[in-house]
Design a protein around this ligand. Sequence first.
Ligand code: F6P
Length: 363
Amino acid sequence: IKRIGVMTGGGDCPGLNAVIRAVVKTAILKYGLEVVGIKHGYRGLYLGEDEFVPLTLHDVSGIISKGGTMLYSSNKDNLFDYSYIDEHGQEQRGDVSDVGVNNLKKAGIDALIVIGGDGTLTSGRDFARKGVKVIGVPKTIDNDLASTDTTFGFDTAVATATESIDKLRTTAESHSRTIVVEVMGRYAGFIAIASAIAGGADAALIPEIPYDINKVADAIKENRARGKNFAIVVVAEGAKPIGGDVVISKVIDNSPDPIRLGGVGEVIAGQLEHLAGLECRATILGHTQRGGSPTSNDRILSTRYGSYAVKLLMEGKFGNMVVLDGTKLGYDSLENVIGKNKAVEESGYWIKTARAIDMCLGD
Ligand code: F6P
């Protein structure tokens, strides 16, 4: 292996630049390799040449603290089922993965480091099946990828959410309100439960535990009876009530791509105002959790991941994803990790901690 490619796919995440930097530094300084950055994820792989940029030590100098990705990203671009405009200007859909493989060959790229979440790594696995030498690096603020204890970006997202909860608590207290804070986490409640514990919230509602809104209201009322005149309820965007889906407050559904306005946080705030007797407000933290400078923990994890990915490539361990097991780095097959979302477990320390301090989990 003489020249490797690196790309970032899917939603961005604090720590992506730190991974890229570690890949470049390790590849050049430890193994004497050349590194090519592929811009805009798989879309760049499809477009070829113009999206391929040589990466030098100078290019990655000073980026460890920067949020986002210097290589940009594209979301949901899957070259095995890709929408594109053909030479006649017609929109087409189909498998264009061979274009990607040929572009790698043309650029003399012998192996590829793919930094991404489940969708990006699924394509990474599919390219590995076609013979491309791929190593995956797990990325998501949601921390819900299987096989690895932690993904980079999670620590920063929790820090951002906790800081917001701290700010919301003072205003909630001043106005004797309940503030519902909606955090990211479509399938898993790691950000919600971690930031609820760190932010001293009264309740955390997560996708893994369907909630009974009356139980949440009761918890707020009990706390009030003990003299607490305000409440903070942290809700993962994927939280669901017992026996059903959350009713989304407003959907402009005559649009070709329905726009969702307001989510579970707003629905719950409306219900709690009615049931718990305190005025309620909802705050959706949204993409603030994906932005900004990574925490020192995320910078360190990203550096370890990036460096280890290059080591795995050099050892010929293709088709694997870097994983963290306790404090140790290791790897697991992409075939094995794809499509299995990791959930917050009842027996794990997050829920145990929340229950130990009698935080309401809605059940
Ligand atoms: O998967 C990461 C994530 O941050 C989810 O928690 C969230 O639902 C999603 O990305 C948002 O994605 P988009 O930027 O495409 O709206």
